[in-house]
Structure formats: C-alpha cells, structure tokens
Design a protein around this ligand. Structure first.
Ligand code: SF4
Length: 482
C-alpha cells in the first residue's frame, strides 16, 4: 500500500454524538450534524465511517469503507431519521478492515437497543474477550469496541448509568466512548483520560459530544467543556447530568501524541490550544538545537506550527518550500519499485525557487520508521539546498503504543534501533536533533499527567505479556486499534 511508504503514526478514530431537542422539526438534522462533526474529525480516520440514529424506538444506520464523502450521500443520509445520533470515523492497520468492524456497533439488549462508538484501545481486551466467549456470548468482529458494548449490555444495574459504571470497572486502557440507548446519549472517558472528548451545547438547544473541539466549532458551539477522566455524561429530554463514576487514576495519562500530531491544530485539549503548544515545541527546539541557516521549513501540515515557532524564536525566515497533496487518501495499489521511487512525490513536492542554494532547517513533528524523513531530505537536496538540518518536535519514539495508536512494532521504530547520529546518517541530513522530554513537557506546560510511554517505555497501564508478544509481531496486538 502506498500508505505504508509514509511513516507517520496513524490516527486512531473520531467519534461524535448528537442529541437534539424535540422542538427540532427536521428529523434528519441529527444525522446531518453527525456527518458535519465527523468531517471535522476526518483526520482521525480515513478508512471507514458510520452513523447510527435513534428515533426513540429503534436505530437506523449506514456504514461503509472510505472517506466520509465516499460513504455518505443525500440518499443514505436522509434515511437516518431521529434526534439522537452517533458517528464514527475509523482507521485500522490491517486486512481486518472488513465491514464487520465498522462502527458504531448496534445490538439488541434485554433493556432495549444500544449503540456504541469508541476511540482508544483496551489493553486487557483479550482477557475480556475470553470471558465473554466462555459465557457463550458470540462476537461478530475482532474489535475491542464490540467487547465493551457486550459488557455494558450484560452488566448489572437498574439503568444504563449503573450498567456503564459497573462495566467500566473491568476496563484497562484507553476509551473515549459515545453510547446511545433509544432515548439518551452517554459520553465517557477512561480514568486515565488518554483520548480527548468534549461536550458542548448546540445553538438550537441540543448537545454535541466529539473527540475534538474543532468539531464543536464546526457546529457553532460556544459553551463547552471536556469530559473529565472517569466521568459519565448523560443527555436526555431532562437535560444533561454529569457524574464521576470511576475514580480518576491517581495520575492521569493524557496522550502526548494528541498534542504533537493527532489533534487538529485548531482544537483545544487539556485547556491548551494545540496550535500554541506546537509553536512552543518549535521555540523550545530552537533553544535546544540552534543552527545557522537561511530558511525554516515545516513538513505539512501538522509540523507547520512547530516550524513557525522555530522561525519566530530564531529570527530565521519561514518558507513554504514544501507542498503537500492532501487528496491522495489511502491507496491500495501495491507499490512496485518504480512506484516506490515516486511515491513520496505523490504526497510532497518542493519549490526549488525557495530552496536553491539555501541552508534549510526542516522541522517535522516526529520520526517513526525514518523513510519519509529520508525521502524529504533527498527531495530538498535535489531542489538545490546547500544544507539540510532536521529538527524533530518530540523525543525519539522508541516503544510501541498499546493505547490505540499505530506506531508499528518496536523493531520497526528507527529510534528503537539507531542512535540520533545513526538516524542522521540514514536520512542523509547535515544535522539532526530531537526535542528533549523536559523541553516537550515544559512547552506543553505540564510536568506530569501525560502518557509518554512511546518515548520512555513506562506504560501507565499494565500490558499483558501475551498481548505484547502479539503486538510486536503484528503491530496491532491482534485487535483493532479503534
Ligand atoms: S504511548 Fe505514546 S501514542 Fe500511545 S498513548 Fe502514550 S503518548 Fe500516546
């Protein structure tokens, strides 16, 4: 796959929940708002998408593979009638991208229909899966998200709040969830707070829950707040209630990579503007690794704020000498050797007029396998640059992620195998420096409360040995990393 030639970590998933008041006349507005919210979250998953809508009695849904613009049209969207909607946009890493794994999942339970959409990855999924199977409960997919839904459906409790709270006590790892019964919307976040989730009030009196605040902005929300770690939000015709149902972990473990790469730069998370954090990464990188140069260049699009931060701090002009094609999407063409050579040009092109004869500082957000960095350095040299100095706006990624991010297996990570000096030689740069861990955290503005396991190998939740072995073989722990 051409996608495999690019070595950035892959986004996990984006989730949206919509609850509209009874005064809304249009019965398709919840589905439309879900789609708009998902469009704002398309960067979190481009492989498949789905929307499920409750009309108060039952769910209708539509799911498909591809970008939102490929999955949804007027015809299928307008069959989704009701005031309560869940949406999901998905990334997966392997051939397990079959339609049976596309969310939201919807099942019938003893207490009525239930739908769920999940962002994250449960680290004890294999144990939970075995427990369900041994009880004779069949599963239709390889996704950990279906396990969560089945556990909620079978949990004890007088109502869905109690059942969800009871099921949560068994879950380890990353889960931001939107769940819908036929008449109420629930949103919850794991006690570590790995993945973002926010809730806001719509101008029409309804509510929206979404992975990132950029989706709330798209829907005109002005009043919003983050769902707290361990918090369960319930939205129904009686309004909104919020309660802490699972004590937050003693130390939260927000995913640092949301700040570095995943979240859109116009989102706000942990009370911080992602764009401002990334600019501070760049400024800090200049403090730690200055170099004499003529221009600063950012790898579009996520690295541009860090490059601007580096340029402002150093006084070296920023230039847009690297152009990205945003429309290549995911291609399933198997690359030939010839295609492999030109694949990087499908995604990036350079402006020789901005680079010829210049000493260039290239700022990138991260290095995973090193292939993209190597190809970009070569492209910039071919455009006539006199020197190329690579600056990376995070520390070396040395360990895989088990909490929902596809970094690849340990032996695929270039920083697991090579020192920065060796990587510099491999990518063909004149110099290479990574942002330090202390510098990254001071730029975020927090010294603790974040997960840094992909840099340190210190995981905030237990990683089962069998899951670790399998992950290191397959890169996905045998389970979907929704
Ligand atoms: S290991 Fe890295 S990518 Fe995974 S949750 Fe922790 S910080 Fe995020």
């Amino acid at each position: 796959m051409i996608e495999l030639l690019f070595d950035q970590p892959h986004e996990e998933c984006g989730i949206v929940g919509i609850y509209l008041p009874q005064s809304i006349a249009s019965l398709t507005q919840a589905a439309e708002f879900s789609l708009f919210g998902l469009i704002a979250l398309q960067h979190r998953g481009q492989e498949a998408a789905g929307i499920a809508v409750s009309d108060g009695k039952e769910f209708s849904y539509f799911k498909g593979q591809g970008l939102l613009s490929q999955v949804f049209d007027n015809n299928n969207l307008h069959k989704l009638t009701g005031r309560l909607a869940l949406g999901h946009t998905r990334y997966s890493t392997t051939g397990a991208s079959s339609t049976r794994n596309i969310q939201p999942y919807i099942i019938e339970t003893a207490h009525g229909p239930l739908a769920l959409a999940h962002n994250g990855n449960i680290t004890n999924a294999e144990q939970l899966r075995q427990r369900l199977l041994q009880k004779g409960i069949g599963l239709t997919s390889s996704s950990d998200s279906e396990i969560l839904l089945m556990q909620v459906a079978g949990a004890t409790g007088q109502n869905w709040v109690e059942r969800i709270a009871n099921a949560m006590t068994e879950w380890q790892g990353a889960y931001s969830l939107v769940i819908s019964s036929r008449s109420a919307l629930y949103a919850l976040r794991d006690p570590w707070g790995f993945r973002p989730l926010s809730v806001g009030k719509l101008p029409n009196g309804g509510y929206v829950v979404a992975s990132e605040t950029c989706a709330l902005d798209m829907l005109g929300v002005s009043e919003w707040s983050e769902v707290a770690p361990g918090e369960l939000v319930r939205i129904s015709q009686h309004g909104i209630t919020r309660q802490s149902v699972c004590p937050p972990a003693s130390t939260s473990a927000l995913c640092t990579f949301e700040q570095i790469y995943f979240s859109r730069s116009d989102s706000i998370w942990d009370g911080r503007s992602i764009n401002a954090v990334r600019e501070r990464f760049g400024a800090q990188l200049f403090k730690e690794a200055p170099v004499a140069a003529d221009v600063v260049l950012g790898v579009p699009a996520t690295s541009i704020p860090a490059a601007i931060g580096y340029a402002h701090a150093s006084g070296i002009p920023y230039t847009s000498g690297l152009i990205r094609n945003n429309y290549i999407g995911r291609s399933f063409i198997q690359p030939s050797d010839e295609l492999r050579k030109i694949a990087i040009k499908l995604k990036f092109n350079v402006l020789p007029s901005s680079l010829a004869g210049k000493r260039v500082i290239l700022v990138d957000d991260s290095i995973v396998r090193g292939n993209t960095s190597k190809a970009l350095v070569q492209l910039i040299r071919e455009a006539g640059a006199a020197e190329v100095h690579l600056r990376i706006a995070c520390p070396p990624i040395q360990h895989p992620c088990f909490m929902g991010v596809d970094m690849g297996a340990a032996d695929e990570l270039i920083s697991h195998k090579l020192s920065p000096a060796e990587i510099c030689q491999f990518v063909g740069a004149d110099s290479l420096c990574f942002l330090s861990m202390a510098g990254m955290m001071s730029a975020i503005g927090s010294t603790n409360g974040y997960c840094n396991a992909c840099f340190t190998g210190q995981y905030p939740v237990a990683i089962p040995q069998n899951g670790k072995d399998r992950f290191e073989q397959t890169g996905i722990g045998g389970l979907e990393d929704d």
